[in-house]
Structure formats: structure tokens, C-alpha cells
Design a protein around this ligand. Structure first.
Ligand code: SAM
Ligand code: SF4
Length: 334
């Protein structure tokens, strides 16, 4: 019989409380997005074989749930490439206290498997679609799979999802000019389109300089055209969400370079190798794996996480050009 610990809510020195865990389950990906893994996934040594196992995932999720986490996003790399992805969803969904189980996927496996993911307990789904032009999609992701990903979105609605979130990394001279097309696309579809500003990571060279564009002009366009800012719920992400009476869909803007972005931070990250990351752009990560081996280590695991939370900095330092230790977002799950 599993023991259940009720711990204090995870919190930091700036009165931020953490309700939301982003759990990476693999670094592996089959896409080559220009801003993430332009040369494709390259295994680093023998680490490939040591991604968190299902029992380890169960323990880490239980520790977070016991400390106030109610939402878990399963991410990667490409999380759906794990053979036990459906079991990971089920294990997470069955953890007492977890109300929302989300994933972020490139959509490659969605058409075939989204039904079983839903049955296993996946409540929310985000799929990345950087362009509505199949050729541009291919150019950005390195995969000629636009129609397959779109079929996956259709299938998600068929199996019962009421809304699908679609992530678009905004890039000047690539997809930025597609805004009108994206807006048309969500007019009669229950899609929340999330425009994410391109973030600079350790391995990125000229791409950031050439393609970064602020979401401000999109926000100005939305406001000028009657879109209204929606109120946030406690475990919502950092997106500013806009709604419009003539549109079934919604627009989310994720602007990490904007002042005050970190003030409402409510999420923590676990890498596929079992390290705690206090910030996407933080340092090395805190080893947790030694405390994921048995159930009775839970109090110690919780104590280690809470102790490190005391060191979480008030903000990232992206503005000063410090991208932290993250080589690319596939390594800790975006
Ligand atoms: N493979 C899955 C996918 O692409 O949806 C999940 C992992 S991916 C790292 C998570 C999200 O991070 C995706 O929406 C991706 O577009 C976004 N992302 C990756 N690198 C980024 C960057 N440098 N700037 C902004 N967003 C990025
Ligand atoms: Fe893979 Fe996602 Fe990175 Fe694209 S953004 S390379 S799909 S992990």
C-alpha cells in the first residue's frame, strides 16, 4: 500500500507558489526544428538509456502532488516517442491531487494515438504547428508532415477534446506574416493559438538575431481589432489570452522578454534525467534521481526540492544575454 504524505505547498522566497510541473520524459525527437534541434537529436553518450522510468515518474509526480501541484505537463523532446507514453499519462492521471494532465507534442503520433491518450487521462493537449503553409512547415521543422499533424488535430476533436492548443514560435521572415491566415483558421475552430516569442538558448547562433520578433505588434493588432484579455486561473501558464466575440478560437501570447514575466511563475521543471530545474533559463539542475528509488524516500525528496526552491531567482536574465545552461529546449522540455 502506497503511503501518502501531505506536505507544505512548494513556494519560494518571493511568495510564488508552484502548482504546475513540466515533466520531460525524453530528450529524443524526430523533428529538426530550426530553433531547437536544427541538426536533429544526437544522443549524448550512454545517457539515452537512462531517462526516468515509469516508477520514478510515479514517485516524482506523487511528491509534487503532495506539495500542492495540480497540473502536470508531459513534454520532451517528443514525449509520444516513448513506448510507454500512454502508461505515463495513466500513472500521472491516477495520482491523487493531479487534476490536469497535459502534453506538448509535435503531433507526429497524434492521429493514431490521441484516442488512447484521452482514455488514459490526458485532459489537455498542445501541438506545435509553426506554419499553415506545408512548405514552410517542412522548412521550419525539417519534416514534411504538415497534413499528418493537421489530421491529428482533427482526430483530437473527434475523440472528444473541446479545445486544442496550438503552439507557434513567432519568427520574422518565416511565419510572422501568416497572422491573417492563422486568425482565419481559428475563426470557426475551438483552437487556442499560442504565439511564443523565439527564446535564445545556449546553442543558438544567428537565428535569434535574424528571426526574433516581439509579440507586441500582434498584441496591438488584436487590441485594435476588438480582442479582449481574458482573466487567468491559478495554474494557467504565462500566456496572455485574448478572446473575440466573432471567433471561436482564442489567441495566447507568450512573451518571456516582457518585464514582469517571471512575477507570476507557478511552474517547476524536471528533466528526462531526473533533475529539478527552477527556471527554463537557470543553471545545471538539481539531482533528484537518488531519491526516486523507493516510496519511503518521499519526505526527503520533498525536503530537497523545497530547500532548493529557496534559491530560485526572482527573474531570468535573458535581457542581459544570459541564456543559462540550457543548450536547447528539447533538453528540459520547453
Ligand atoms: N516536441 C514537442 C513539441 O515541439 O511540441 C514538445 C517539446 S518542445 C521543446 C516544447 C515547445 O517549446 C514547442 O512548442 C516548441 O515550439 C517550443 N520551443 C522550442 N524551442 C524554442 C525556442 N528556442 N523558443 C521558443 N519556443 C521554443
Ligand atoms: Fe522536437 Fe519539439 Fe524541439 Fe521541434 S521543438 S525539435 S518537435 S523537441
Amino acid at each position: 500500500m502506497e503511503r501518502c504524505f501531505v506536505a507544505q505547498q512548494f513556494h519560494d522566497n518571493y511568495e510564488r507558489k508552484f502548482y504546475y510541473l513540466r515533466l520531460s520524459v525524453t530528450d529524443v525527437c524526430n523533428f529538426k526544428c530550426t530553433y531547437c534541434l536544427p541538426d536533429g537529436y544526437k544522443p549524448s553518450g550512454s545517457r539515452n538509456s537512462s531517462f526516468l522510468t515509469l516508477p520514478e515518474i510515479k514517485r516524482v509526480v506523487s511528491a509534487f502532488a503532495a506539495s500542492g501541484t495540480s497540473k502536470v505537463r508531459i513534454t520532451g523532446g517528443e514525449p509520444s516517442l516513448r513506448k510507454d507514453f500512454t502508461d505515463i499519462i495513466a500513472t500521472t492521471a491516477q495520482t491523487s491531487g493531479i487534476e490536469k494532465v497535459a502534453t506538448t507534442t509535435n503531433g507526429y503520433r497524434m492521429e493514431k494515438h490521441v484516442g488512447e491518450w484521452r482514455e488514459a487521462g490526458l485532459t489537455h493537449i498542445n501541438v506545435s504547428v509553426d506554419s499553415l503553409d506545408p512548405r514552410m512547415f517542412h522548412q521550419i521543422t525539417g519534416q514534411n508532415r504538415f497534413h499528418q499533424v493537421m489530421a491529428g488535430i482533427d482526430r483530437a476533436f473527434e475523440v472528444g477534446y473541446e479545445q486544442v492548443k496550438v503552439n507557434v514560435v513567432l519568427m520574422k521572415n518565416l511565419n510572422y506574416q501568416e497572422l491573417p491566415r492563422f486568425l482565419d483558421w481559428i475563426k470557426h475552430r475551438s483552437i487556442q493559438l499560442r504565439f511564443i516569442e523565439l527564446m535564445q538558448t545556449g546553442e543558438m547562433d544567428d537565428l535569434f538575431q535574424n528571426h526574433h520578433v516581439s509579440g507586441t505588434s500582434i498584441r496591438n493588432h488584436l487590441i485594435a481589432n476588438g480582442w479582449l484579455l481574458k482573466a487567468k486561473e491559478k495554474n494557467d501558464g504565462p500566456a496572455q489570452v485574448y478572446v473575440h466575440p466573432d471567433y471561436q478560437g482564442e489567441i495566447g501570447l507568450i512573451m518571456p522578454y516582457e518585464k514582469h514575466f517571471c512575477e507570476t511563475c507557478n511552474r517547476l521543471r524536471i528533466s528526462a534525467l531526473g533533475k529539478l530545474h527552477l527556471c527554463l533559463f537557470g543553471e545545471e539542475g538539481v539531482e533528484l534521481r537518488d531519491l526516486l528509488q523507493t516510496e519511503d524516500q518521499q519526505p526527503e525528496l520533498i525536503a530537497r526540492i523545497q530547500a532548493h526552491l529557496r534559491t530560485k531567482s526572482v527573474s531570468h536574465f535573458l535581457h542581459d544575454g544570459h541564456t543559462g545552461m540550457t543548450p536547447h529546449l528539447a533538453s528540459i522540455g520547453g
